[in-house]
Write a protein that binds this ligand. Sequence first.
Ligand code: FAD
Ligand code: EPU
Length: 337
Amino acid sequence: MLQIEQNISLKNFNTFGIDVSARYFVEINREDELTELFANPKWKATERLVLGGGSNLLLTKDFNGLVIRMNIRGIEHRINGNEAFVKAGAGEVWNDLVNYCVDHQFAGVENLSLIPGSVGASPIQNIGAYGVELKDVFYSCRAFEIATGAFKTFTKADCRFGYRESIFKQQKGQYIIVSVKFILSLTPNINTRYGAIEQELTNRGITRPSIKDISQVVSHIRVSKLPDPSTIGNAGSFFKNPVITAEAFKPIVIKYPNIVNFSAGEGFVKLAAGWLIEQCGWKGKVVGHTGTWKNQALVLVNHGGATGGEVYELSSQIIDSVYSKFGVMLEREVNIL
Ligand code: FAD
Ligand code: EPU
């Protein structure tokens, strides 16, 4: 029998550490519990929030609906030739899955080490870091369709992955992911192209890195740049890196020749939101209980006691100032509720 709790504080369920409450709260440990839950028309008609680790959320008010906390566990694998198929429950911690793969010598997720959150949320925004995106290792996922009560399998093509995008983000709230299947390689294809990876390998005197080395180096770089949510509330990058047309980029680069930019395919340029925000003077700034992180301006933080509304207000001010200086509109990456 499912336990539906009432008036639960969400403070320990979101990495911003925002203290709001949920009217109803249920933890899902097995797939059939979703069937049981939605057999009751009351829950079909109630506003819902599916929750993993709460590391990509900003809660701005008490939630008057049902929070569905995904806790389905289990990691298993099957080897076929040079490939390993790893299946994990939505409630597994993402970094535990990475460690499982690294320990078994399954290559592909090592650059995604130490990203907070759950396996079930990983396809939602197609998590990415250090030159790799989830889509590079995604095979399929199984999801519960709320409208029909059916379990459906989504292939990679079905998911329509893009930069911080997927069908699950576009069709918000229709599906609950219960497990994800990954395809990994028994032959490492070491990817050291991004940012400080090469430099850190050199510092460590490593010339032929293993996937474990990459995992450790990426974890080290991340810890040096990003605030640890267990001490400083945050949800990682608050905004997406904006992608603009090459045409729109021309006048900007003439005015700001040092602008950090990357090619984003024919005719498009990706800008570093962190750089834009820093140039507007926001880096490390403390505003009331909030601010931006001293080592990474793209990360908004809760210095203690902040409300979601305060963080949201700061994000609006940042959007305005980046727009008036560069004419570029930042888009929030974090889910706002
Ligand atoms: P939650 O915050 O619980 O939920 C996020 C969204 O997914 C919500 O809309 C929720 O309703 C939905 N959702 C969650 N689980 C399910 C499910 N099972 N089925 C359907 N919908 C679901 N992200 C990156 O991509 N790259 C990074 O490098 C990165 N670094 C970060 C660093 C820090 C310090 C922090 C705090 C966050 C970082 N993030 C990063 C963001 C975050 O880790 C990811 O977005 C992660 O996938 C969120 O997982 P979660 O379980 O916490 O999701
Ligand atoms: N930069 C600045 N000032 C800053 C921050 C960044 O000038 O305050 C410049 C850096 O010098 C660098 C560039 O911006 O030239 C890129 O910075 P970084 O490598 O730190 O990555 P990012 O673009 O800021 C993205 C992801 C991160 C991911 C890292 C590593 C987005 C929105 N963010 O950040 O993801 O970990 O790359 O791959 O794409 C997240 O989504 O929560 C997240 C942390």
